[in-house]
Design a protein around this ligand. Structure first.
Ligand SMILES: [Zn+2]
Length: 436
């Protein structure tokens, strides 16, 4: 039986039927010889080809048969820094996280507006060709918005990066400026929100104000939490290289020694479904209960995790606690460059590394981490990340000649340059499939 909205003959524009060897929703079983009906920017029907109404097949709709392909939801990249794309491969993996931060800060200080803009646009192009259709991006240079949004077809949620430790600016002023920026932006496809950068680079007051404004305005937040061992040591034990380095640089540090980084952000009021924690590599026993109990989403970035040689990501425990785990590419500044390899923002590569490090995890679970889990984290469930009636027509197609039961596995191991990609009913990749 076809899964569909009550179908209305179009008043303008023709509906489009996409047929493929396998249609692979994120939350339901694959459909062999499946089809999707797209009308304007939405998915209207998800069904087996044989269940598509005859009137559509015989002329009412435009039909595109993708043939030997998997048709699936576009990927949701849950963490990225598009504006650092041009820093790809600049530094080999550091021995410690605290070696990397000053390098990064020095590079950022030398970059101009046009460096950031060029880098952002280059990164967005990489994501478009490798199947991402929605990206949660951290924006270090908010003056790029909204111009860069218009340069891409991607759905972008830009989280404005907030720090304030080195600048010693008043948290109220930092936040006021960010909120003014967010309020000035209106875009049909993209939106902006807040990212207090990390516990170590922000004051507790900034975190507290973010949490307060977030509740008032019902905003989603992201922050990097418990990324490195040194960050954990700083907050849990008020010691270590990060603690000392920040103290030398004028951070008050009286908020350290009171518990783990997760307990620190929770104390400031950053919790609940609106809060998405990036990394979560170093957790103490109480953190698992806190993350699950407060319904936080966690984003794991496999290639970035490998670059810093962090301890194993606590995946099993998070999944056992039913935490919503998503995958992200992070920036190319934290991906190891091997020989002459061209680094690319490509979520398929992160899936493959993740699958290698976590061989017991089913491909279908990995597929959810790059689709519906991201949609849930960013408050867009039912709109993106799945092939479901009423969702945006954000779709990708990859070549596939195998058995339907092997489709999810094939997705995880796909190299990454998709055959076709559509966002909101508009083709962005795939000139050969879209036809006249
Ligand atoms: Zn990041």
């Amino acid at each position: 039986m076809a899964d569909h909205l009550s179908y209305q003959p179009p008043g303008d524009g023709r509906p489009l039927v996409l047929r493929a060897r396998v249609v692979l929703p994120a939350a339901k079983p694959p459909i062999e010889d499946g089809a999707i009906l797209v009308f304007r920017d939405r998915i209207v029907v998800v069904a087996a080809w044989k269940d598509i109404p005859g009137e559509l097949k015989s002329g009412t709709a435009k039909i595109i048969d993708l043939g030997d392909a998997i048709l699936m939801p576009g990927l949701v990249n849950a963490h990225c820094h598009l504006d650092y794309t041009g820093m790809a491969g600049l530094w080999p993996p550091p021995k410690k996280f605290t070696e990397w931060i000053p390098r990064m800060l020095a590079a950022k200080a030398e970059w101009s507006y046009s460096d950031y803009a060029r880098s952002w646009i280059q990164g967005a192009k990489m994501l478009e060709r490798s199947g991402t259709t929605t990206v949660a991006d951290i924006e270090a240079a908010p003056e790029l918005l909204p111009d860069v949004w218009d340069s891409t077809a991607l759905r972008v949620v830009s989280f404005l990066e907030l720090t304030g430790i080195r600048s010693k600016r008043d948290p109220k002023e930092i936040l006021g400026e960010a909120i003014d920026k967010i309020d000035s932006l209106a875009h049909p496809r993209c939106s902006a929100s807040l990212s207090p950068h990390a516990p170590y680079s922000t004051s507790p007051e900034l975190l507290r104000l973010c949490a307060q404004i977030g509740r008032e305005k019902n905003l989603r937040f992201v922050a990097h939490v418990a990324e490195s061992e040194q960050e954990f040591e700083m907050f849990a034990h008020a010691r270590g290289e990060m603690f000392d380095w920040l103290k030398r640089n004028g951070r008050d540090n009286s908020d350290c020694g009171l518990g783990s980084p997760f307990q620190h952000v929770e104390r400031a009021g950053l919790s609940g479904e609106n809060f998405i924690a990036i990394h979560a590599n170093y957790l103490d026993e109480a953190d698992f209960g806190l993350i699950a109990g407060k319904k936080l989403s966690v984003v794991h970035c496999p290639r970035s995790h490998e670059y810093f040689n962090h301890q194993p990501f606590p995946l099993e425990r998070l999944l056992a606690a039913h935490v919503n785990v998503c995958l992200g590419t992070d920036s190319l500044a934290t991906v190891t460059k091997h020989d002459k390899e061209e680094l690319e923002l490509n979520l398929f590569q992160d899936m493959q590394l993740f699958a290698r490090k976590n061989p017991a995890v089913q491909p279908q679970t990995i597929l959810k981490m790059v689709t519906i889990n991201g949609a849930l984290a960013f408050g867009m469930k039912g709109k993106i990340g799945d092939l479901t009636v009423g969702a945006f027509a954000d779709l990708i197609a990859i070549p596939f000649t195998g058995k339907t039961s092997d489709a999810a596995e094939a997705v995880v191991h796909f190299p990454g340059h998709v055959r076709a990609s559509m966002i909101g009913g508009r083709w962005i990749v795939g000139d050969d499939v879209k036809g006249p």
